[in-house]
Design a protein around this ligand. Structure first.
Ligand SMILES: CC(C)(COP(=O)(O)OP(=O)(O)OC[C@H]1O[C@@H](n2cnc3c(N)ncnc32)[C@H](O)[C@@H]1OP(=O)(O)O)[C@@H](O)C(=O)NCCC(=O)NCCS
Length: 172
C-alpha cells in the first residue's frame, strides 16, 4: 500500500536512502566521499526536517509493515534549465530486493496524480542508465545537464522533465 509519510518515518527513510544510494553508486566499494555523503546528508534529522516542510511531500510504498520504497516531491524548486517548471522529484528509491516489480512506476504515477503542476523535473546521474531508461519509459525527456557535488568531486547529472497537464486533466 501507499501512504503519505510523517515525521515518524524519518529514521526508516534515512536507512532506506543510505542503502539504496550506496547500492547504486558505491559499485567499486566504499571511500571517504561516499561515506561522508551518506552519513552527513541522509540522516534522520535531515529527513525529519524535510518531512516537516510544507513544500515537501513524501509517499511511501509499504508491504507487511516494511517500507520498500518512497518518492519525494518538492514544490517551489526551480528547474535549472526551465524556470517555469518548479516541482522537483527529489528522490525515487526502491530497495534493491524489490526493483523491477513495478513499485517505482506505481510510486511515480501515484505522486504525479496528486500533483497540480504542469510539469515536473528531476536529475539523475548520467551513468545510471537503468534509471534513465525507466524515466524515459514513464514519459520523461532529457532537457539538459547539471553537476552533482560530492565533496570536491563533480559528477554530471541529466535533467529530465515530464509534462503532467494531460494527466492532471484526466484525473481531476
Ligand atoms: C529506478 C527505480 C526507482 C525504478 O523502480 P522499479 O520499481 O525498479 O521500476 P519498475 O519495476 O516500475 O520498472 C522496471 C524498470 O526500471 C528500470 N530499472 C532501473 N533500475 C533498475 C534495477 N536496478 N533493476 C531492475 N530494473 C531497473 C528498468 O528500465 C526496468 O525496466 P525493464 O524491466 O524493462 O528492465 C529503482 O530501480 C531504483 O530505486 N533504483 C535505484 C535507485 C535509483 O537509481 N533511483 C533513481 C535515481 S534518480
Amino acid at each position: 500500500m501507499m501512504r503519505r509519510a510523517t515525521v515518524d518515518d524519518a529514521a526508516n527513510l534515512a536507512a532506506l536512502s543510505i542503502q539504496v544510494w550506496l547500492h547504486t553508486y558505491a559499485t567499486q566499494g566504499i571511500r571517504h566521499e561516499l561515506s561522508n555523503y551518506v552519513l552527513t546528508e541522509l540522516t534522520e534529522v535531515a529527513f525529519a526536517s524535510a518531512l516537516a516542510d510544507p513544500a515537501e511531500r513524501f509517499t511511501l510504498y509499504e508491504r507487511n509493515g516494511h517500507v520498500l520504497g518512497f518518492i519525494r516531491l518538492k514544490t517551489g524548486s526551480v528547474c535549472p534549465t526551465d524556470p517555469d517548471c518548479t516541482t522537483e522529484i527529489v528522490t525515487l528509491y526502491v530497495q534493491s530486493h524489490f526493483v523491477g516489480q513495478g513499485i517505482g512506476a506505481d510510486l511515480l504515477r501515484h505522486a504525479l496524480s496528486g500533483c497540480e503542476t504542469d510539469s515536473v523535473w528531476l536529475t539523475v546521474y548520467h551513468g545510471n542508465t537503468r534509471a534513465i531508461s525507466f524515466y524515459k519509459r514513464e514519459g520523461f525527456t532529457s532537457i539538459g545537464s547539471t553537476w552533482f557535488e560530492l565533496g570536491t568531486e563533480k559528477h554530471e547529472n541529466i535533467i529530465m522533465q515530464k509534462q503532467t497537464v494531460a494527466l492532471g486533466h484526466r484525473l481531476h
